[in-house]
Design a protein around this ligand. Structure first.
Ligand SMILES: *Cc1c(COP(=O)(O)O)cnc(C)c1O
Length: 360
């Protein structure tokens, strides 16, 4: 068995321990004589799986009782539509544009009402987070929307915007469970799990109860109403059952390893190794303003496309895979999510140093 160091932005690396456990339970889940994949989502065994998953997530994130936790399908992209369909009571929402994903969510919201771009970092290819301390928030905005960690560009909101009392909706797909969060600062937190939690096919929505109403945009399908899923505890129809089971295992893995405080410390340590190297290198450099650097996604370049390609090729051969930057920006990107071991980052940096020495 040869496991590589997988720096993919998503679907991404998962804890080996979790994969092994899932493998051991593949044919016979705890005496049921079947795989979780083959099991009714209404069965007793599955009921326990989904209830434990929710309870563990609540413990990890310290989610208050007045927030619902929903396990849905359709990826983050479906939330780009569900958010305006469910929340645009006044048909007005404010968006902060910090990259592709925020831009797509903003474009989708325009299908349902007036979406305003109240701040943007497009002027410098999204290499920073704009000052959000005094934004022109619309008086009748139903919510303010951010993409908290910008997977493609490698920026992170280290300070939440001042929404002037309006509900804050945040896409945390690529920083989910990477650090402790104060859930009460948000009306909704959501993310696709395939970046930092589990297999693609599950999106987790954490929504303050007062946001979940029947007053949705007319014509909103039953399946796209948060109330449908909140009332049915994520079992309105067949949920992404196997994916939720793996997420549940990752939650337990996180709890066992000290929870989100410990994760933050570990992630900061990993990111520092890489950023310190980038800041001292003469060949490689980071592309993001230092104060806004993500500790999950680290983009970097050499300044030459040929050199970038050579590096990616040699790194891949050496077992450091998926380092190619997003197709829209080029260069390299190392995604160093929770499950990336620190050795992976140390070895990558050692490899980069060797490459630099050989290509002076
Ligand atoms: C990957 C990603 C998305 C898109 O996710 P899908 O599940 O493919 O729809 C949206 N937002 C962020 C921040 C992402 O990293």
């Amino acid at each position: 068995m040869a496991r590589v160091y997988n720096f993919s932005a998503g679907p991404a690396v998962l804890p080996e321990e979790v994969l092994k456990e899932a493998a051991a339970e593949m044919l016979d889940y705890r005496g049921t004589g079947m795989s979780v994949m083959e099991m009714s989502h209404r069965s007793k065994a599955y009921q326990t799986i989904i209830e434990e998953a929710e309870a563990d997530l609540r413990t990890l994130m310290n989610i208050p009782d007045n927030y619902k936790v929903l396990f849905l399908q359709g990826g983050a992209h479906q939330q780009f539509a569900m958010v305006p369909m469910n929340f645009m009571k006044n048909k007005v929402a404010d968006y902060i544009i910090t990259g592709q994903w925020a831009k797509k969510a903003y474009a989708e919201a325009k299908l349902y009402g007036t979406a305003n771009a109240v701040a943007s970092s497009a002027d410098k290819t999204f290499s920073y987070i704009p000052d959000c301390s005094d934004l022109p928030i619309s008086e009748n905005a139903d919510y303010v929307y951010i993409c908290e960690n910008n997977t493609i560009y490698g920026t992170k909101f280290w300070q939440l915007p001042d929404t002037k009392g309006k509900p804050l909706v945040s896409d945390v797909s690529s920083c989910f469970l990477s650090e402790p969060v104060d859930v009460t600062k948000y009306a909704m937190i959501y993310g696709g799990v395939q970046k930092n939690i589990g297999p693609a096919g599950v999106v987790i929505c954490i929504i303050r109860e007062d946001m979940i109403t029947e007053d949705v945009i007319p014509g909103t399908p039953t399946m796209l109403r948060y109330k449908t899923h909140a009332d049915a505890k994520s079992l309105y129809n067949t949920p992404p059952a196997y994916g939720i089971y793996i997420c549940g295992k990752v939650f337990k893995w996180l709890l066992k390893n000290g929870g989100l405080e410990a994760m933050k410390e570990y992630n900061e340590k990993k990111a520092k190794i890489l950023y310190d190297f980038l800041d001292s290198s003469e060949l490689f450099k980071g592309t993001v303003e230092k104060k806004d650097r993500s500790i999950m996604n680290v983009p970097f370049v050499t300044g030459s496309e040929e050199m970038d390609a050579k590096f990616i090729k040699e790194a891949t051969a050496a077992g450091f895979v998926n380092l190619k930057g997003h197709r829209s920006v080029g260069g390299m990107r190392a995604s160093i999510y929770n499950a990336m071991p620190i050795e992976g980052v140390e070895k990558l940096v050692a490899f980069m140093a060797e490459f630099e020495a050989a290509n002076k």
